[in-house]
Design a protein around this ligand. Structure first.
Ligand code: SF4
Ligand code: SF4
Length: 278
């Protein structure tokens, strides 16, 4: 394999990027939402709401939503373009929601956490994504908002400063949201269960990552099997259970789940994993 990759970037750099993402998108600073007149990731800056169709008809409803929620739609467009060219850097390095659940999860003892690795992540993710889209086509897509991490995590962060957020969090809907983010995030091994299984933006993003992986000019996390000795040290570092041993004892990556976090690159003693072009 031609070496066009790099090992640059430490886990510390990624955590720093996550903290920047939290400052940019979550209360109390919420710098990006405030530029669009919002106080958190709901409303026009929500990267999911533009999916939801109004009863006016599919095309007309989609157009109306794109006009009302252009900010969130543009954000998703930018995320997908970045993923196409450079891998899932939004999800692993900047997303304030997945970043928060991962950081909190790292502070919780492993014995208290649930592993979701028994689930086949791509099958579960796309099945849920189909249900999500079908719900929107049926006009009941707003139900997904009730359990949305993009709603509950900003409310949790803002509740330290805004009393009304605490009122929401202690309502039945708020408590259901806290239970969801706790089970699939804070108390999930790796902290990224929601990202890997339930996030609609993550589902779109993983499809783009998978489809663009074989194009020579796109930068992805790649494995050089001629260097891999099958030691398995990378497997335990992957928070989205995208790595496993294949029949020949070497490592196999599920590119549809890989979040381009590069943790496996730092873990590999053989330098068999790299980030770069084909
Ligand atoms: S395969 Fe490597 S880069 Fe991809 S999510 Fe797992 S640890 Fe991160
Ligand atoms: S850590 Fe490196 S050598 Fe060990 S199984 Fe993973 S890719 Fe192969």
């Amino acid at each position: 394999m031609q070496n066009t990759g790099t090992k640059k970037g430490s886990p510390g750099t990624r955590y720093m990027m996550i903290l920047i993402g939290i400052a940019l998108f979550l209360p109390p600073l919420a710098i990006i939402p405030q530029t669009a007149g919002e106080v958190n990731l709901c409303g026009s800056v929500c990267p999911r709401m533009f999916f939801i169709l109004s009863p006016a008809g599919i095309l007309e409803g989609f157009r109306n939503n794109m006009q009302a929620m252009w900010f969130g739609a543009s954000l998703v467009g930018l995320i997908l373009l970045t993923t196409f060219l450079m891998g899932r850097l939004w999800c692993s390095h900047l997303c304030p929601i997945g970043g928060t659940t991962e950081l909190v999860s790292r502070g919780i003892p492993e014995r208290l956490k649930t592993s979701f690795s028994f689930l086949h992540a791509p099958a579960f993710r796309y099945a849920y994504f189909i249900v999500f889209i079908a719900g929107m086509l049926a006009g009941i897509g707003g139900i997904a908002c009730k359990l949305c991490n993009f709603r509950v995590v900003p409310f949790m962060a803002g509740s330290l400063f805004v009393p009304s957020y605490r009122t929401y969090l202690f309502s039945s809907v708020g408590l259901a949201g806290i239970a969801t983010v706790s089970l699939t995030g804070f108390f999930a091994r790796g902290g990224r269960g929601y990202c890997n299984l339930l996030c609609p933006v993550g589902a779109l993003d993983s499809m783009v990552n998978y489809l663009s992986e074989r194009l020579g000019f796109t930068r992805k996390v790649r494995t050089d099997l001629s260097k891999c000795n099958g030691c398995g040290k990378c497997i335990g570092e992957c928070m989205v259970w995208a790595l496993e041993r294949s029949g020949n004892g070497k490592i196999k990556r599920d590119q549809a789940s890989c979040m381009s976090c590069k943790e496996c690159i730092h873990a590999c003693p053989q330098e068999a994993i790299r980030y770069g072009r084909l």
